[in-house]
Ligand binder design. Structure first.
Ligand code: GLU
Length: 420
């Protein structure tokens, strides 16, 4: 597997060819501003002690405090955290949020911990990184295998360290602790708005078959939205297996089984018209829309030739390697890139932070009414750059973000140590 950050930087290099940003800007964006690695030692329920490696990266804060989730995953690595923080930097710039990019992780399989062990681990993370995070410095949020409950514990821990309530230190919190309505399904909703806005350009007005890879929060929510919009969801997968049903699946019914047994494949054993297949077969299904909503590097050199989709909407971060990306481009498969397609999540995180700072809370309708125009405007902007320069949408999204970052870096001044 290619080195992740190198793969991400190659996207930057490609985009740089289509803008006249100063080489010093590119040089600055090649390295993270601040990275901290530590080990968290916690007491397990049986009285023993166990340690877990943890990271936080503040990649770039030229445009504002760094922003990005914390993931809990047994395969987490420093390279992955830094790459994800790099992507957050560009994602926030694409949708014009006043943030830089950050990311964190703990190398752990949270399913192996009890609820109280998970709480101790989450609080230990905040203790270890308390000097690095803060409402004006670095604002974490949920990511893979973390959720509102965990964000609530973390906000509580930070507030108790400061001695007063600090809801703005973290987003994706429970509503009772200052979370925003509409945050839960915001990643999917943002992606759905992008798709609706570009329906004509992407020629999605004929047959509409969709395949969803990954059935966590984002995968389930986009499934529901597409289903309600008349799409036929012919394939759904999770990390344990996949379902295929040519006449279409009901995402809510599949989700019910997933909640009960932990596996989408168990839905297949209850329904004779549904076939249980593996992940490789799922990715190869013929469809108009493929939505990777799981982890990075799912579509790579080894399987890219089997992809049979018209459009790919990247709800996950980095689901396509840079080599596979080139193959898809050469085949004319349109990829709506992660830094645009999944930016709805961080956009509503921004709304949550704004509400926390104002102490004034919006209705779910107000949240959606503010999210929609941002996603629509930036989709069109990226599409128009792609069209006018005859480049893929990913390159266009990077061109747009790079221009925003470049003007902010220059505005800090040539003598700036902050931006050095
Ligand atoms: N983890 C999400 C992402 O990758 C959300 C980050 C945030 O809300 O800060 O975009």
């Amino acid at each position: 597997m290619e080195d992740m950050l190198q793969g991400a930087l190659s996207q930057l290099d490609v985009a740089a060819k289509y803008t006249d940003v100063h080489p010093e800007v590119l040089e600055k964006l090649r390295y993270p501003k601040e990275v901290l690695t530590t080990r968290l030692m916690i007491r397990m329920d049986n009285g023993s002690r166990r340690s877990f490696v943890a990271w936080r990266c503040r990649y770039d804060d030229t445009r504002g405090p760094t922003k990005g989730g914390i993931r809990y995953h047994p395969d987490a690595s420093l390279d992955e955290v830094v790459t994800l923080a790099f992507w957050m930097t560009f994602k926030c710039a694409v949708v014009g949020l006043p943030y830089g990019g950050g990311k964190g992780a703990i190398k752990v399989d949270p399913r192996e911990l009890s609820k109280s062990e998970l709480e101790r681990l989450s609080r230990a993370y905040v203790h270890a990184f308390a000097k690095m995070i803060g409402p004006d410095k670095d604002i974490p949020a949920p990511d893979v295998y973390t959720n509102a409950m965990i964000m609530g514990w973390m906000a509580d821990e930070y507030s108790s360290l400061m001695g007063y309530p600090c809801p703005g230190v973290i987003t994706g919190k429970p509503i009772a602790l200052g979370g925003s309505l509409g945050r839960e399904d915001a990643t999917a909703r943002g992606g759905f708005y992008v798709l609706k806005q570009l329906e004509k350009q992407l020629q999605l007005n004929g047959e509409r078959r969709a395949v969803i890879q990954g059935f966590g929060n984002a995968g389930h929510a986009i499934g529901r939205m597409l289903h309600e919009d008349g799409w036929k969801i012919i394939g759904i997968s999770d990390s344990c297996g996949a379902l295929h049903c040519p006449s279409g699946l009901d995402p809510d019914a599949v989700h019910k089984v997933k909640l009960k047994t932990g596996k989408v494949a168990d839905y297949g054993s209850e329904h004779s018209d549904v076939q249980v297949i593996d992940n490789a077969k799922l990715l190869a299904l013929e469809c108009e829309l493929l939505v990777p909503a799981a982890l990075e590097n799912q579509i790579h050199q080894g399987n890219v030739d089997s992809i049979n989709a018209g459009v790919i909407l990247e709800l996950a971060n980095g689901p396509i390697t840079s080599e596979a990306d080139q193959v898809l481009n050469s085949k004319g498969i349109v990829v709506v890139p992660d830094i645009l397609a999944n930016a709805g999540g961080v956009t509503v995180s921004y709304f949550e932070w704004v509400q926390n700072r104002q102490g004034y809370y919006w209705t779910a309708d107000e949240v959606q009414q503010r999210l929609k125009p941002i996603m629509e405007k930036e989709s069109m902007r990226v599409w128009n750059i792609a069209h006018s320069k005859n480049i893929p949408m990913r390159t266009a999204a990077y061109v747009h973000a790079l221009q925003c970052l470049s003007s902010a870096i220059e505005a800090h001044g040539t003598q700036s140590y902050f931006c050095a």
